[in-house]
Design a protein around this ligand. Structure first.
Ligand code: PFF
Length: 452
């Protein structure tokens, strides 16, 4: 049964933009991108990542917003309604369904890492980083990973924060805070960059990240970079679609998308520079993996003047960024339950919250007790969830959205939503209909061993 639901709308473009930027900017930029650059060969990864954002990320973000705004519903009902409007099979709704599940799977590990960030606010605040050097910083982080109880505590706090806001609904709460928090995050990043510039090895960092080494561009690098473009812009699972459904009609989708993509990519790359300057100056391993920022940044905060305060503030801002992203990971599922199952938001939030919390426990155990448990091709629980969502589910969702918008939706409908001049529209259509699907498809062929 479909209940008529009154949809609230964003106050103006800025609110939408900040909320969507709030979804996009998160652990993906600050925690994940920097370490993936190190693990995947530095500049080769950066180059491919930027290309993926330009050629696939931006067009598909426009696609996802336009689908959401046209549908005015959660992704599941939304795809169903759009399919009805286009007069094609209603099974497109399963695309929305897949996105909701993907979001919950991501949140399963996102909240564990969010917990790491929360714990680092605490460590920064009590002065743990004062005068710290590389080996001690690495040991501290390893001690955190080795303690399931500590991880569980912080994961639980993070889940409570997320579900608490989700239970209260879309217009209240965090969006307003984003107004201040995202600019504040950029500001503090500048402080960090300033420190890295004077104390770190910025020259090596720039070389590592931007001196292209085409020989290092392998299919695996392309696969990971494409997956991360989706992850970083929150694409392919309906989060942006939900936000798009709250966007007022007169606002330009293209311009909004470009601002968000630029802010998101810049932020990630700046964090990367700040971190690698420290990595090289302190002779730390560049390919440290998921612990990278937790091992390197304390060194900076432990030595810079006012580092005690700046470090605490930094991890607080990262936690806020993670928080606003995690909300968008559950919002599609919650919107679906509320709009279809006649269930109260709070009950839905409780139900989903407990399920994801349990999943998170399996994830946090994969850093210690269950480290040796491998799920697929030698990957543990955390790695499996990460790979499955970033490199398969999100691109797959994006591929189908692109195909729907490009080949099934009536052309005048997408034209109406995008409201672009002829050339702009043609450019979107070309990237959405041809470039993005081919890129994603090629990467899948590689993934499934058809192409080597
Ligand atoms: N884009 C977020 C980040 O970079 O941290 C993660 C994310 C949020 C992915 C929401 C997907 C999503 F739907």
């Amino acid at each position: 049964m479909n209940l008529p639901v009154k949809r609230s709308h964003w106050g103006n473009r800025w609110t939408f933009m900040l909320a969507t930027a709030g979804s996009a900017i998160g652990l993906g930029n600050i925690w994940k991108l920097p370490y993936m650059i190190g693990v995947n060969g530095g500049s080769a990864f950066v180059l491919v990542f930027i290309l993926c954002i330009l050629l696939v990320g931006i067009p598909l973000m426009m696609t996802e917003i336009l689908l959401g705004r046209r549908a005015q519903k959660n992704p599941y009902n939304g795809m169903q309604a759009l399919a009805a409007e286009a007069n094609v099979s209603r099974s497109w709704k399963y695309l929305g369904g897949m996105g909701m599940v993907t979001g919950l799977l991501i949140l399963g590990f996102y909240s564990v890492i969010g917990g790491w960030v929360l714990s680092y606010i605490y460590y920064a605040a009590i002065g743990t980083f004062a005068g710290i050097e590389g080996p001690q910083s690495i040991a501290n982080f390893n001690a955190l990973l080795a303690s399931p109880v500590t991880l569980l505590f912080w994961h639980t706090v993070f889940m409570l924060l997320t579900m608490g806001v989700v239970a209260r609904g879309v217009n209240s709460g965090l969006e307003k805070a984003n107004n201040i928090l995202i600019p504040a995050l950029f500001m503090i990043l500048l402080v960090l960059l300033g420190y890295s510039l004077s104390e770190g090895d910025m020259h090596l960092a720039v070389q590592f990240m931007f001196n292209p080494d085409f020989g290092k561009i392998t299919p695996a690098v392309v696969l990971t970079a494409l997956g991360h473009a989706f992850f970083s812009l929150s694409l392919g699972m309906g989060a942006v679609m939900v936000y798009g459904s709250y966007l007022q009609r007169h606002i330009s989708i293209a311009r909004t998308t470009i601002y968000i993509a630029i802010a998101d990519t810049m932020l990630g790359l700046l964090v990367g520079l700040a971190i690698y300057a420290l990595v090289f100056a302190n002779h730390l391993p560049a390919a440290a993996g998921p612990g990278l920022i937790f091992q390197t940044l304390p060194i900076a905060f432990g030595h810079m003047p006012g580092g005690h305060f700046i470090g605490t503030l930094f991890f607080m801002l990262v936690a806020f960024a993670a928080w606003s992203s995690s909300i968008s990971l559950v919002e599609p599922a919650i919107a679906w339950i509320v709009e279809n199952k006649a269930m109260k938001r709070t009950t839905a939030a409780l139900l989903i919250g407990i399920s994801v919390w349990l999943l998170g426990i399996a994830v946090l155990l994969s850093f210690n007790e269950w480290k040796e448990i491998k799920i697929i091709s030698g990957l543990n629980i955390f790695e499996t969830l990460d790979k499955l969502t970033s490199t398969i589910l999100l691109p797959l969702g994006g591929l189908f959205m692109a195909i729907f918008a490009g080949y099934f939706m009536k052309k005048n409908h997408s034209q109406e939503e995008l409201n672009l001049h002829r050339n702009g529209y043609d450019l979107w259509r070309f990237t959405n209909n041809i470039v993005a699907p081919i890129a994603i498809f090629a990467v899948f062929l590689y993934l499934f061993g058809v192409m080597k």
